[in-house]
Design a protein around this ligand. Structure first.
Ligand code: ADP
Length: 236
């Protein structure tokens, strides 16, 4: 399966992506995580990306698209992937379409996570992430770790992302509305979008997401069958 996850910062994309990727046995590809890995390794790409990320802006398409494509070409992604944070604007979506077309494959669905804006700001301001694994996410009030600053899962150090300040979150939301939301219409025109609410417990949202993706896949199969039937030549 090839899935794109869309939603504002703080919708819980990373958390959901980790569970969904596991359930669907496909790799979770997060451009945000790839950039953060480059930042901690202090690569040239990391240095460049950091200056944009800290302001809440998008990293330029040229480097982002090259990095995402490179990751999608790894052997574990041959049969599918869950993209989290990519594409983030229409030109990235077009570049992804071209890359998939060149490989003779297609997206199976675009999962759109909806969450009210005041909830986003609350979630992000208290968010703490494990240095070892970004899918180990905590919140100082909503889901505090047993021991302050320490990951319950792996004892890793919890930290607050540099771009998780209230000011940067507001900028990231603005960028989301102006640049990322248009890709929902872009994919809706291809009949790919399913929208679910990202409110509620993590496992409830995961269940909602799995059901929505299943319903979407069945709907597509039905449409493909109808298309074949309406060709009316009876086939071979
Ligand atoms: P969130 O979805 O919570 O905002 P991410 O970890 O997905 O967090 O992204 C963090 C930052 O990384 C973004 O604000 C942006 O600067 C950069 N980034 C991630 N993905 C992309 C992308 N596809 N294009 C450009 N910049 C990106």
């Amino acid at each position: 399966m090839r899935i794109v996850l869309v939603g504002p910062p703080g919708a819980g994309k990373g958390t959901q992506a980790a569970f969904l990727a596991k359930n669907l046995s496909i790799p979770h590809i997060s451009t945000g995580d790839l950039f953060r890995a480059n930042i901690s390794r202090q690569t040239e790409l990391g240095k460049l990306a950091k200056s944009y990320m800290d302001e809440g802006n998008l990293v330029p398409d040229e480097v982002t698209i090259a990095m995402a494509k490179d990751r999608m070409e790894q052997p574990d992604a041959v049969n599918g992937f869950l993209l989290d944070g990519f594409p983030r604007n229409v030109s990235q979506a077009e570049a992804l379409d071209q890359a998939l077309k060149a490989d003779g494959v297609e997206l199976d669905g675009v999962l759109d996570l909806e969450v009210p804006e005041d909830e986003v700001v609350k979630r992000i301001a208290g968010r703490r992430i494990c240095r070892n694994d970004s899918s180990h996410v905590f919140h100082v009030t909503y889901s505090p770790p047993k021991k302050e600053g320490v990951c319950d899962v792996c004892d890793g150090e919890l930290y607050q992302r540099d771009d998780d300040t209230e000011e940067t979150v507001r900028k990231r939301l603005e960028v989301y509305h102006t640049q990322t939301e248009p890709i929902i219409d872009y994919y809706a025109a291809q009949g790919l979008v399913v929208t679910i609410s990202a409110l509620g417990k993590v496992d409830e949202v995961t269940k909602r997401a799995m059901d929505a993706l299943k319903g979407q896949a069945e709907g597509r199969e039905q449409r493909d069958e109808d298309k074949n039937d309406s060709r009316g030549d009876g086939g071979e």
